[in-house]
Design a binder for this molecule. Sequence first.
Ligand code: URA
Length: 208
Amino acid sequence: MPLQLVEHPLVRHKVGLLREVDTSTAKFRNLTREITGFLTYEAFRDLPTEPKQVRGWAGEVQVERIAGKKVAVVPILRAGLGMLQGVLDLIPSARVNVVGLYRDEETLEPVHYYNKLSHDIEDRRAVILDPMLATGNSMCAAIELLERAGCTDIRALCLVAAPEGIRSIDERHPGVRVYAAGLDNELNDQGYILPGLGDAGDRLFGTQ
Ligand code: URA
């Protein structure tokens, strides 16, 4: 199972606020950023550190610094942008790469329309952002793009996942770990997650 549910009471509370249909765009955006911070905290628990000697207020002191590969954050356009600042709050030096995918409303298959990756993406730990892991098709398309570019360390963050999306990642990319704040019941006929959040892009950008 590639899923790690982040079930801290603060996260559960904030996801509950996101689910309310009357939550304003500003509040939805802010909650998304805050929840993404918690997801990032969990997703990067395994980052290695190395010792470093610094000058402290009372003399030399040994501290720890993050070591090894740097991070590339990869929002899937457009809803993934809503999660971007939540990662950058904790990892300000991360490079931002974007994957432009839209979902063909008939086939529900992802269609690429814009990609911009760092020249050194293969040397970075990639973290893909998409608030809604529904069928998993867009996430798998983004994973495949990163793998083709040479990435070997890929993780994914989403606010809410559907069992169908988790199954799809498990079957097609078992090495990719997904961090989610909620695991919902199912997809409806249009591929929306139930109970879900509705159209996350519209709610983040106020375009409904
Ligand atoms: N995309 C969304 O914005 N919401 C869903 O429920 C599924 C895909």
